[in-house]
Design a protein around this ligand. Structure first.
Ligand SMILES: [Zn+2]
Length: 368
């Protein structure tokens, strides 16, 4: 399946780093050969993480102690995501690149699937932290951000996300592929270079499991799909719509948890990125870049910290769920951040200081 999802003019070149990790270059429009060799003396990492089942909540928690040693906010001249040039060797051996994806050197999840015998442990159930963690570099430009990309480059990133979803979904034991971006030191980003991450989980994430249960309840009660009803209702109401195109609509959800939160859905429901058609793919870059630029204009000068999260249907649950992107910021005003304190962290109960209708109005007003 790998590689078949890409359409001309996107090409991919699969290479290997010095410690055996895979690095893939994605290029559009005839790039230079991607055959640079990784000359760093790297020892293979032994991740050894564990996925434990919380017997009280039923949630799975990944324990990954080896990640404590990972690179933390290095100076720009030591950025591991910049290309290798001027004698400095990074994670990316090429002198330049368009989009590059590589296996994380400090993965939370890695390796083959769990041994079922080990999974069954009574109250204390645990298995190996199987799966894959990858890093997606959006551009070779250290000082850019996703919002600065051209629509063509944003499309190339979409192609890379799609290709990774297809390939990682096919790995044994992988249940859900999650593409996301953390942006800004306020979010806890450890590397300033514009990049996102991909987690291939060996389980269905707690939020997706709850969502799937709600969709099943809605189906039982109405005979219809929850997401199709929701999108139709938001489009008809319009009060929380931020922008709409021919194939996608972005709105602030009725019960938004974050001060500024936008959900972007394709009009034709699909389970994951691999199922988008060409008109949906072609329109996505313009709308997503528009949303990101609106986020950056919310609080005057400076870049707004955000989390951008692709929700994709896990394997075996492709029928009832809907691919969509959730974009939100923890900033609630120019000088205030929303922290997850006692109510949110202690009880998983959110309190939002901005009404979703006001948030939508503000986001409409700050059109780029
Ligand atoms: Zn960099």
């Amino acid at each position: 399946m790998a590689g078949t999802i890409l359409t001309h003019p996107t090409s991919r070149t699969v290479t290997e780093l010095a410690d055996g990790r895979r690095l893939i270059y994605y290029d559009r429009g005839g790039a230079a050969p991607r055959n640079a060799v990784d000359r760093r003396p790297l020892d293979p990492q032994v991740p050894g993480s564990e996925v434990r089942l919380d017997p009280v909540t039923g949630d799975r928690v990944t324990i990954a102690a080896h990640r404590q040693a990972r690179t933390y906010q290095p100076p720009a001249e030591e950025c591991p995501l910049c290309p290798s040039r001027d004698g400095r060797l990074s994670e990316i051996p090429a002198e330049d690149y368009q989009v590059a994806v590589f296996e994380n050197r400090f993965p939370s999840l890695a390796g083959p699937p769990a041994d079922p015998a080990r999974e069954a442990g009574g109250l204390w159930t645990a298995g190996p932290g199987a799966g894959r963690c990858e890093v997606v570099c959006f551009t070779a430009d250290h000082d850019a951000s996703f919002a600065d990309l051209t629509p063509e480059r944003a499309r190339l990133v979409l192609d890379a996300w799609t290709d990774r979803t297809a390939e990682l979904s096919a790995l044994p034991g992988v249940e859900q592929v999650y593409c996301f971006e953390n942006r800004g030191a306020e979010i806890g980003v450890t590397l300033a270079h514009p990049h996102g991450q991909i987690y291939a989980f060996p389980f269905t994430t707690p939020r997706t499991a709850r969502t799937a249960a709600r969709a099943a309840e809605h189906r039982a009660a109405t005979g219809r799909n929850l997401f199709e009803d929701l999108l139709a209702a938001e489009r008809a109401h319009g009060g929380r719509t931020v922008l709409t195109g021919e194939h996608w609509t972005a709105f602030v959800p009725f019960a938004a948890r974050w001060p500024y939160e936008v959900h972007l859905y394709p009009h034709r429901r699909v389970p994951d990125l691999t199922a988008l058609d060409e008109p949906q793919r072609a329109e996505f870059p313009r709308l997503y870049l528009d949303l990101l630029r609106r986020f950056d204009r919310l609080f005057g000068a400076g870049r707004t910290p955000y989390i951008s999260a692709w929700h994709q249907a896990p394997a075996g649950q492709r029928g009832g769920l809907a691919l969509h992107l959730e974009l939100f910021t923890i900033r609630r005003s120019a000088d205030k951040l929303k922290y997850l304190a006692g109510v949110e962290s202690g009880m998983d109960a959110f309190v939002n200081d901005v009404t979703p209708e006001d948030a939508a109005r503000r986001l409409r007003e700050v059109a780029p």
